[in-house]
Design a binder for this molecule. Structure first.
Ligand SMILES: *[C@@H]1O[C@H](CO)[C@@H](O)[C@H](O)[C@H]1NC(C)=O
Ligand SMILES: *[C@@H]1O[C@H](CO)[C@@H](O)[C@H](O)[C@H]1NC(C)=O
Ligand SMILES: *[C@@H]1O[C@H](CO)[C@@H](O)[C@H](O)[C@H]1NC(C)=O
Ligand SMILES: *[C@@H]1O[C@H](CO)[C@@H](O)[C@H](O)[C@H]1NC(C)=O
Ligand SMILES: *[C@@H]1O[C@H](CO)[C@@H](O)[C@H](O)[C@H]1NC(C)=O
Ligand SMILES: *[C@@H]1O[C@H](CO)[C@@H](O)[C@H](O)[C@H]1NC(C)=O
Ligand SMILES: *[C@@H]1O[C@H](CO)[C@@H](O)[C@H](O)[C@H]1NC(C)=O
Ligand SMILES: *[C@@H]1O[C@H](CO)[C@@H](O)[C@H](O)[C@H]1NC(C)=O
Length: 389
């Protein structure tokens, strides 16, 4: 009897006093690699030790082994070459600002902020003011983490508690830190968007969409450009710029879960009408989002099935299986995919190179309350996360 009282007393004291994050990681043999990585960036480790209500997505040793076995990625190069700045950025992307336990994962993905902030400097960067995003999704039975380039990781052991309300989930893959828009869009699986990339190149907008802060961009797929080819056959760079900037919103990173029936001012200055159908499908004017939530280094991209027309502002979109053409009368020109010849080719003299890139101004995004928290960037430096860099 006395033994079992002592036993329960012992158990309850263990429950009352969860181990420190450092001790917890040290106690898990399959987390020795991330333990060593944190040891190599002591300022980050120290910052984490001082935080509460955070969630650590801890890749296991085999996740790191798999990373180094694959072809070069920014993550594998950083780890292999012991690039401390890059390792700190990668690890910060694995720390969520908030407590997210396994019961918080649902079939509707939720996008939450990590501690990877624009104040990190180095080869791996973000321009998402409130912290680069990570998606949480229940995929069948698996709690899944969504990261850059639509890459995902599975939680293999959830809800391990450390002191200070720190939650640790072991994951089976190192997360992919989101790349810039042009890099990401050139690799979207199963979707061709080379026409949109070519059009952005022709309009000298690639650098802008790769670097502007807090971007939401709607990217028409190749079918969308192909069916409207005649509208672009003789379009000036000015017209093209006008059309493309109508697809972008800055100052807010809006994932599908943030979008409600609303209008939003685009970089072009005209309003886009957003709506969510009863089945959750998101419509932008009359275009349908066919692939949502592609995380970018500076925001998010959604692939749509129609090129949006800034001259054709839609008041009451009517979601339909076949979208109403945004460019009335426009037709395909054979199998021609507009702007795909601009990719990799030098811009034609007097056209692309002379077009001034517009300066996007931040716009309000009423539906995206979760992400639009105002400028917190300044507060972050005080945390010391960036100080070592
Ligand atoms: C941590 O989260 C708990 C529960 O949500 C909350 O009561 C507490 O105030 C939070 N602590 C901090 C420091 O944010
Ligand atoms: C790691 O770096 C070494 C030496 O720089 C190189 O030979 C090796 O191919 C690299 N491995 C990976 C997986 O990048
Ligand atoms: C974490 O979130 C809180 C509440 O939203 C915010 O005040 C704080 O600045 C965030 N911390 C970081 C490092 O982003
Ligand atoms: C669930 O996660 C496990 C562990 O990573 C993996 O082996 C399995 O294929 C996943 N299942 C699905 C449906 O993705
Ligand atoms: C986008 O990323 C690629 C690959 O890292 C890089 O070569 C390119 O310079 C980046 N673009 C901008 C504008 O930073
Ligand atoms: C982040 O966005 C700001 C505002 O658009 C821009 O001035 C800055 O160059 C961007 N930083 C990076 C690393 O792209
Ligand atoms: C584009 O301009 C050329 C030359 O002016 C003309 O022949 C052609 O029909 C135009 N194409 C379209 C689709 O308007
Ligand atoms: C949003 O708009 C769509 C399309 O007009 C409509 O079907 C839906 O009921 C609206 N949702 C709400 C919550 O008003």
């Amino acid at each position: 009897m006395r033994t079992s009282i002592a036993f329960f007393a012992c158990v309850s004291s263990v429950l009352a006093q969860a181990p420190s994050l450092t001790d917890l990681i040290a106690s898990q043999p399959d987390l020795s690699t991330i333990g060593a990585a944190l040891g190599s960036v002591p300022d980050l480790a120290e910052t984490l030790a001082g935080l509460s209500n955070i969630t650590i997505l801890a890749p296991t040793n085999s996740a790191f082994e798999a990373l180094l076995a694959q072809e070069d990625t920014p993550e594998s190069v950083a780890v292999n070459s012991s690039d401390m700045q890059a390792i700190a950025a990668i690890l910060a992307y694995h720390v969520l600002n908030g407590t997210y336990v396994s019961s918080d994962f649902s079939e509707t993905p939720a996008f939450v902020s990590s501690l990877f902030l624009p104040s990190f400097d180095g080869s791996i960067r973000t321009n998402v003011t409130d912290g680069q995003n990570v998606g949480l999704l229940l995929d069948g039975e698996n709690a899944t983490i969504l990261s850059g380039e639509l890459k995902s990781a599975n939680v293999i052991e959830a809800d391990i508690q450390a002191a200070n309300s720190v939650t640790v989930h072991k994951i089976d893959t190192v997360l992919t830190v989101p790349r810039n828009a042009s890099t990401t869009l050139s690799k979207v699986p199963d979707v061709e968007v080379t026409a949109a990339l070519g059009a952005l190149t022709a309009a000298s907008l690639v650098e802008t969409i790769d670097s502007v802060a807090d971007l939401t961009i709607f990217v028409p797929n190749n079918d969308a450009f192909t069916t409207a080819a005649s509208a672009f056959a003789n379009a000036s760079i000015e017209t093209l710029t006008n059309v493309l900037t109508y697809h972008a919103v800055t100052g807010a990173v809006a994932f599908s879960s943030d979008i409600t029936n609303t209008t939003v001012k685009t970089v072009n200055g005209n309003d886009l009408t957003l709506s969510v159908g009863v089945d959750g499908t998101v419509y932008v004017d009359n275009a349908k989002v066919v692939l949502a939530n592609i995380i970018l280094s500076n925001g998010v991209a959604h692939i749509i099935d129609t090129v949006l027309n800034p001259e054709d502002e839609i008041e009451n979109p009517t979601p339909a299986a076949t979208p109403t053409p945004a460019f009335p009368g426009a037709t395909a020109i054979g199998t021609d995919v507009p702007y795909t010849s601009a990719l990799g080719a030098a811009p034609t003299a007097g056209t692309a190179s002379s077009a001034p890139a517009p300066t996007p101004s931040p716009s309000e995004f009423p539906g995206a309350a979760v992400q639009v928290k105002g400028a917190l960037g300044g507060a972050v430096i005080g945390l010391g996360l960036a100080m070592m860099l």
